[in-house]
Design a binder for this molecule. Structure first.
Ligand SMILES: [Zn+2]
Length: 225
């Protein structure tokens, strides 16, 4: 069965299985495999719940196509850069003339993506650690471990043990937006939820936080690595 849902083409297969499965077929085309008697309503809810994941996968496909054309744009601390891939035995990533240059042993997409991610991870770690150090003293809030992770669905998180995790792609954002993410997570050291009290604490430190939330959403379209 094929139907339209929002701007997606959805192929639905009913099979003898226990859980719902989601796959990307093509641009704007997904496949859902569902247990035999699943209702349409349930399937649509499942798609809704995974919407973000679906669009991330689409973006990834666009990346693979465009990087071969070498016209991909990436953000670095809020500034837009073109990306150039060069085959070179010595692998490294650096900036030259408004261009992010990736030296890869070959032009293998996965490898290039990996090199770029490690480059972002390095810059994110350096910036985040310095800022947490500054903010800790100002706010009198001291987190446990700081980890920089390869996650696609969130910019940061705070564990119940007070450890903070940050997305390695944070270095794409302007510094003031990264500061917001850091302060947001540090406020979770006080309130481990998104209660009114939590937001009022964030607002006390950063009255413009809503603007930063908006900017983060915009940056998500660049999250193609
Ligand atoms: Zn939060």
């Amino acid at each position: 069965m094929i139907l339209k849902y929002k701007d997606l083409k959805v192929s639905i297969f009913f099979r003898n299985r226990k859980t719902l499965k989601l796959e990307i077929v093509d641009k704007n085309h997904i496949r859902v495999t569902a247990p035999e008697k699943t209702s349409m309503n349930h399937i649509f809810k499942f798609i809704d719940k995974n919407e973000k994941w679906i669009y991330e996968k689409f973006l990834l496909k666009r990346y693979i196509k465009s990087i071969s054309q070498e016209n991909t744009k990436l953000l670095f601390f809020g500034e837009e850069f073109s990306v150039k891939i060069i085959t070179n035995e010595k692998e490294r990533v650096y900036i030259k003339d408004k261009t992010i240059i990736v030296n890869g042993k070959d032009k293998n997409q996965e490898r290039i993506k990996f090199l770029l991610k490690e480059w972002y991870r390095y810059h994110t770690k350096r910036y985040v650690e310095t800022r947490i150090n500054d903010f800790s003293h100002k706010l009198k809030l001291f987190p446990g471990h700081i980890r920089i992770k390869d996650v696609k669905t969130r910019w940061g998180s705070c564990s119940s043990k007070g450890n903070l995790n940050f997305n390695l792609r944070l270095a794409m954002a302007p510094r003031r937006v990264i500061d917001y993410v850091i302060i947001h997570e540090m406020c979770h050291l006080v309130h481990l939820n998104h209660s009114k009290e939590f937001w009022s604490l964030v607002g006390k430190i950063l009255p413009d936080y809503k603007e930063y939330e908006k900017q983060l959403k915009e940056i998500e379209t660049y999250m193609i690595i």
